[in-house]
Ligand binder design. Structure first.
Ligand code: MEV
Length: 440
């Protein structure tokens, strides 16, 4: 592609014209098709355009529903945005299985979020700590206007600490701040408070007597929330008598199934190769619901993976135990979510998703998201230790292949039947379609 100046100043049509020219130079004969995916409602399209910069179209993902999630005695239908076939089917299947076995028992362990002012100070430590103890209340006073609204909703600043990090990096200190942000994800609120702390820290240091005899200045490096939220935790449990696993145990006895399942979970606790894939399966469900509700899946993923490695080794997030004839499968993970503000309010489908979920609070959404993650993990492990995942996967994949091959409805039905007991591959499906029998 050619270099371009002032690209952001071009109109949407001009950007597409530029792209078209570039593609022609590459020898791509097809006209850029992106306009096909513009929304016919111009106002709505404007909303999507304004989410980001240099937008030229929309990228569609499937929006599906997984019904029958019983969480703390309430039944939810869960909206999921995901392109990977079989995720919604697996979530629905697990949810249905647990519906008659007590469902998901979820609880919030804590909802604290954090952020830091990262700064350098080359002077004596004691001086800094004395100074901080004197100015702490002034710092808090300086943000009273920013926190007023959050406090009226029951949230605000929970704690402010000066942390010595000089054993990790020379001259490095933090002001570590804990927040409660109620139903908001709270990123803007937290960052505003931290930036104000950063400015006031420098200002107060300049004029404070403790610093007058020192040539050293506080250098604020950055003020930013942390997406690592190990104190914003939810726990979810699935539990039933082992013999009730029979329906899902394939050719194994329920006990054999339970033992193999427990073993599979333990493998993910000790082997990083397996742990990453195990957790990826959990995030198949989590991300899909995070996206559907307009939350930030990058933040949730980054945090979840850091939490999975909290003791120095990356481990599977879920745990399984078999005791007194009972199967118990559970997971505790950090989820910093919002149900008000940000994209949850702006994206029309995020609003729909929250309506489908019954307009949950952030705490309730944490419990739903964790349940979907555990359901997904249960479904994946069940397949892995019984039939293998390819069977179910390929059934869904078959439909994608048939779509790509423009199969007729009759061909789709025939192929579904034909591949019941055969391995699906792109070439085997194409061969069947090309033979075109018995389609005529
Ligand atoms: C595929 O997207 C997810 C799985 O690989 C998860 C797992 O292996 O647990 C099936």
């Amino acid at each position: 592609m050619d270099r371009v100046n002032g690209f952001s100043k071009l109109s949407k049509d001009e950007k597409i014209d530029w792209l078209e020219l570039q593609l022609k130079k590459f020898g791509t004969s097809s006209v850029v098709d992106v306009k096909k995916f513009w929304h016919k409602d111009e106002n709505l399209q404007k909303i999507f355009d304004d989410f980001s910069e240099n937008t030229i179209s929309n990228f569609y993902f499937p929006y599906g529903l997984a019904p029958n999630f019983k969480i703390n005695e309430k039944i939810y239908t869960v909206p999921l945005v995901i392109e990977e076939s079989s995720v919604v089917a697996a979530a629905s299947k697990s949810a249905k299985f647990w519906l008659s076995r007590g469902g998901f028992q979820a609880r919030i362990l804590s909802t604290t979020k954090k952020g830091q002012v990262h700064f350098s100070w080359k002077g004596p430590k004691e001086k800094l700590f004395n100074f901080f103890s004197v100015i702490k209340s002034e710092l808090l006073f300086s943000v009273k206007d920013i926190v007023a609204n959050m406090e009226s909703r029951g949230g605000g600043i929970q704690d402010v600490q000066l942390i010595d990090k000089t054993d990790k990096l020379e001259h490095y200190y933090q002001i570590d701040v804990k927040f409660e942000t109620c139903d908001a994800m709270g990123a803007n609120f937290i960052n505003s408070v931290l930036e104000s702390f950063g400015e006031n820290l420098k200002r107060l240091a300049l004029s404070h007597e403790a610093f007058l005899d020192s040539e050293k200045e506080i250098e604020v490096i950055m003020c930013i929330l942390s997406n690592y939220t190990p104190e914003c935790l939810v726990n979810v449990v699935l539990e039933c008598p082992i013999e009730e696993l029979g329906e899902f145990s394939g050719k194994m006895s329920p006990l054999e199934f339970a033992q193999k399942f427990e073993r599979a979970v333990k493998i993910a606790k000790v082997d990083v190769n397996r742990a990453v894939t195990h957790n990826k399966g959990i995030f198949n469900g989590i991300d899909a619901l995070i996206l559907a509700t307009g939350n930030d899946f990058r933040a949730i993923e980054a945090c979840g993976h850091a939490y999975a490695a909290k003791d120095g080794q990356y481990r599977g997030l879920s745990s399984c135990s078999l005791k007194n004839g009972r199967f118990r499968f559970e997971m505790t993970l950090p989820l910093a979510l919002g149900t008000v503000g940000g994209l949850t309010k702006l994206h029309p489908l995020a609003k729909v998703s929250l309506d489908i979920l019954g307009r949950p609070s952030a705490r309730e959404l944490m419990m739903i998201v964790a349940s979907v993650g555990l359901a997904q993990n249960f479904g994946a492990l069940r397949s892995l230790i019984t039939t293998g995942i390819q069977k179910g996967h390929m059934k869904m994949h078959l439909l994608n292949i048939l779509n790509q091959l423009d199969a007729t409805e009759q061909q789709v039905e025939f192929a579904k039947d034909y591949f019941q007991d055969k391995t699906v591959s792109f070439s085997s499906v194409r061969e069947l379609i090309e033979k075109d029998q018995p389609f005529q």
